[in-house]
Design a protein around this ligand. Structure first.
Ligand SMILES: NC(=O)c1ccc[n+]([C@@H]2O[C@H](COP(=O)([O-])OP(=O)(O)OC[C@H]3O[C@@H](n4cnc5c(N)ncnc54)[C@H](O)[C@@H]3O)[C@@H](O)[C@H]2O)c1
Length: 241
């Protein structure tokens, strides 16, 4: 029960990694608040013992209102997992302004909005909290569309700045770096791509969402009590971050 008596917010908890993280955190004793743009899906994830909120993380006012509601209901926020993210397939020179703004708006700015709101609660209540930002191998490999790579690299910089500034208050901030993972985001890709991806993983398979959830749990829990500003790659050896 590594998260007993903790209130944990997990963004993008409606499916994929976010669902696995939310469920593992509940099994470890946390009260989980799931954010997603698909309310029914996140309700299914957290069930009656959690709280599901229909929050678009790219909407600053909606994020702030959600954190106000959490404080009203539970009085605290101990853990934030910035897991929600979107991708898009575009050639660099053909990226429309709106697509650039949408991907950066969710994957980087949305994570900032949630982190800022969570830190405000932690600071106001003197909570030594933990924040995990979910990046991607694309941040360092450059494999992937430019907006996605830029946003995911931005998260690593955000993590390190927050980690240094907030360490004296006991707030830890780390980056979880998944390799290719068997979630709905990946399940849409052509079979040949999937085969090529798996061929590049020394351990011979994609990650399962539960692999990512266990790494995230480590960073969120007191097991990682002296770990901050770090990248933890969970990728079967496919890249060294
Ligand atoms: N699947 C992979 O191979 C892989 C690899 C590296 C990194 N990642 C990253 O891991 C994270 C989780 O990926 P996944 O594969 O589980 O994705 P997914 O697409 O299966 O699930 C993402 C969830 O986030 C929600 N979401 C999307 N936009 C949102 C918004 N604006 N506000 C709130 N919720 C929103 C979606 O509704 C969905 O439930 C993402 O940040 C992704 O970029 C995924």
């Amino acid at each position: 029960m590594r998260l007993q008596n903790k209130v944990a917010v997990v963004t993008g908890a409606g499916q994929g990694m976010g669902r696995a993280i939310a469920r593992l955190f509940q099994a470890e004793g946390a009260t989980v608040v799931g954010f997603d743009v698909h309310l029914a899906a996140v309700q299914e994830t957290v069930g009656a013992k959690g709280l599901a909120l229909d929050v678009n993380i790219a909407d600053s006012a909606a994020v702030n209102a959600a954190f106000d509601a959490i404080v009203e209901k539970f009085g605290r926020v101990d853990v934030l997992v910035n897991n929600a993210g979107i991708g898009s397939v575009d050639k660099f020179a053909e990226i429309p302004d709106e697509t650039w703004a949408r991907v950066i708006g969710v994957d980087l700015t949305g994570a900032f909005y949630c982190a800022r709101a969570a830190v405000r609660v932690m600071q106001a209540k003197g909570i030594k909290g933990a924040i995990v930002n979910t990046s991607s191998v694309s941040a360092v490999s450059g494999d992937g569309p430019a907006h996605y790579c830029a946003a995911k690299a931005g998260l690593m910089g955000l993590t390190r700045c927050m980690a240094k500034e907030l360490a004296p208050q006991g707030i830890r901030v780390n980056t979880l770096v998944p390799g290719p993972t068997n979630t709905p985001m990946m399940q849409g890709i052509p079979e040949e791509w999937a085969k090529a991806i798996i061929a590049g993983v020394p351990m011979g398979r994609m990650a399962e969402p539960e692999d990512i959830a266990r790494g995230t749990l480590f960073l969120a829990s007191d097991d990682a009590g002296f770990v901050t500003g770090q990248n933890l790659a969970v990728n079967g050896g496919s890249a060294f971050i």
